[in-house]
Ligand binder design. Structure first.
Ligand code: FES
Length: 178
């Protein structure tokens, strides 16, 4: 009569291996999920943020035709103005270059530029005055209104409110040609 000999230690070893394998797979799966999540987050953070409103990213302001020559358009959510001067479009940060008050556009005030008879920025805090180019005409403001880069893509005007540009005066290189 043959006798079957079962090696108990071998079965135990196999069980331990499979348990160990299971734990290894779990760790690998968890690490893979974390890596994927990190990768997706990194890609998402690198993706350009083009949105309809909101300060700090790239904002779709509208079509080129929405901004006729001499017009001033306020984007409250984006915290900027778009001014259409002869050379093209400028996007001004609404923050006064003196102490940072919000500078309102006053369409009924006498103009300080030659583009139109009326309209200028009057800072309510210490009376600085800026024209359609953002240039200072009165008050303590030390420099023109800061600007944001504009790109025009297929007729769509996009303002990058994540990049603030300080300037000493007006140059045609500051505008987006239309
Ligand atoms: S904050 Fe605008 S003039 Fe002082």
């Amino acid at each position: 009569m043959s006798q079957r000999v079962v090696d108990q230690s071998s079965i135990l070893h196999r069980r331990q291996l499979s348990r160990r394998d299971f734990l290894t797979y779990m760790w690998l799966a968890a690490a893979g999920l974390l890596a994927a999540e990190g990768g997706i987050g990194t890609v998402a953070s690198l993706w350009p943020r083009v949105q309809a409103g909101g300060f700090g990213g790239k904002i779709r302001a509208g079509d080129v035709d929405d901004f006729p020559l001499g017009s001033l358009t306020y984007f409250k959510e984006g915290r900027f103005y778009i001014s259409h001067v002869e050379a093209g479009l400028l996007a001004f940060y609404r923050k006064c270059t003196h102490l940072g008050c919000v500078v309102p556009w006053r369409p009924d005030e006498r103009s300080e530029d030659n583009l139109a008879p009326q309209g200028r920025f009057n800072c309510p805090c210490h009376s600085s005055i800026f024209d359609r180019y953002g240039l200072v005409h009165a008050g303590p403001a030390p420099r023109p209104l800061d600007i944001f880069p504009i790109t025009i893509d297929g007729g769509l005007v996009i303002v990058d409110t994540g990049t603030i540009i300080q300037r000493a005066g007006f140059k045609e290189s500051q505008v987006a040609k239309v």
